[in-house]
Design a protein around this ligand. Structure first.
Ligand code: PCA
Length: 203
């Protein structure tokens, strides 16, 4: 049997953030073996339609065995596995200059999907390793929520809802906080180690 693949996505910079630490985390873990999984790293555009399309195509073409998407939540102080994605687009402009207000992501979609990642285990593992972490009950209504929703929607459409999939928001890293000192920050190496620990909890 061929080896199991985990799709790990990050995002390019967006809004007023000159860098996105998720890119570095993804590139550090790309190609690594974590438990039974080989990591396939990808960076998504911060564009509602394109990011949704890209993740949908990756799921259909590559049939990964698990999916973890990462996003920057500048201002958060913890690594935060997300509990839920909602069928809503709203908020700031994306990198193509498109903004949405109170719009559904999928017209025929259900209101929300719960993460199928072991989010409690992730938080317990992180805190056990002395990394501040907690479950987040909202992924917002911007592109990150859009990607998490689209992932879980597509898996359902494809009859693959059994695979572990979901989203983790991470805080700023020190480099970003040097540009934007109002944000609490982590070292990039701690961000990488903490996401690796999260991946290790996935069976
Ligand atoms: N964070 C944004 C989009 C891209 C990212 O890294 C969000 O939380 O929606």
């Amino acid at each position: 049997m061929s080896e199991k693949q985990i799709l790990l996505t990050g995002f390019e910079p967006f809004l007023d953030h000159p860098i996105n630490p998720t890119e570095e985390v993804v590139s550090a873990l790309n190609g690594q073996q974590v438990g039974p999984y080989k990591v396939q790293g990808e960076v998504l555009p911060v564009v509602f339609d394109e990011a949704g399309k890209a993740i949908t195509e990756m799921i259909r073409e590559r049939q990964p065995d698990a999916i973890v998407s990462l996003g920057l939540a500048a201002g958060r102080v913890n690594v935060t596995p997300e509990r839920i994605a909602i069928n809503c687009r709203d908020g700031a402009v994306d990198n193509e200059g498109v903004a949405w207000k109170d719009a559904p992501i999928e017209q025929d979609g259900k209101a929300a999907y719960f993460s199928t990642l072991p989010i409690r285990k992730m938080v317990d593992r992180l805190v056990g390793a002395k990394y501040p972490a907690k479950i987040s009950n909202t992924a917002g209504t911007y592109v990150c929520n859009n990607v998490m929703y689209q992932t879980l929607y597509t898996l359902e459409q494809e009859g693959r809802s059994h695979i572990p999939a979901g989203f983790i928001h991470i805080p700023a890293n020190h480099e970003l906080a040097c540009h934007q000192p109002k944000y609490a920050s982590w070292s990039t190496s701690d961000l990488i180690s903490s996401i690796k620990l999260c991946l290790e909890t996935i069976e």
